[in-house]
Design a protein around this ligand. Structure first.
Ligand code: SF4
Ligand code: SF4
Length: 137
């Protein structure tokens, strides 16, 4: 049975979007577990990094979105550096986070709010630029 047959239609669009945003090949993961073994943040995770990609292979975006793992990943790229199949799990997680954040309309950063935000001298300029990338598309 082809992999496309086991992805529920319900999440087919989300899976395609995650692949598009991350530019990663979800199907290349062979579940060796090296990413999870090397990850320094598993203490705060409820699903291991290799299980995240397995859920994505199975089309269970809902499981990934509901997990604490998505938000406790430190984006340190250790998993990507250890992967024998060149799968960048950090990019995949970031893609899922972007999709979740963009779905929350209230999280969008409006240009007119920038002067107010920048009035806070503790706000790094990189954070504002990053927020625009994440929230304004
Ligand atoms: S290290 Fe790579 S191939 Fe192995 S489980 Fe993690 S993502 Fe999959
Ligand atoms: S990028 Fe995230 S999942 Fe990968 S090793 Fe770092 S904390 Fe773990």
């Amino acid at each position: 049975m082809g992999r496309s047959k086991i992805i529920p239609d319900r999440y087919g669009k989300e899976i395609e979007r995650i692949k598009e945003v991350s530019a990663e090949m979800i199907g290349d993961c062979m579940q060796c577990g090296k990413c999870s073994a090397a990850c320094p943040a598993t203490g705060g995770m409820d699903i291991l990094p290799n299980q995240i990609i397995r859920y994505l292979q199975l089309g269970r975006v809902d499981k990934v979105i509901e997990s604490k793992t998505l938000w406790n990943c430190a984006s340190c790229f250790t998993c990507a550096s250890r992967c024998p199949r060149n799968v960048d799990l950090a990019r995949l997680m970031e893609a899922v986070r972007l999709i979740v954040v963009r779905k929350r309309e209230a999280s969008k950063l409006k240009a007119e709010r920038v002067p107010e935000i920048m009035a806070d001298k503790r706000m790094p300029q990189q954070a504002v630029v990053s927020a625009f990338r994440k929230y304004s598309k």
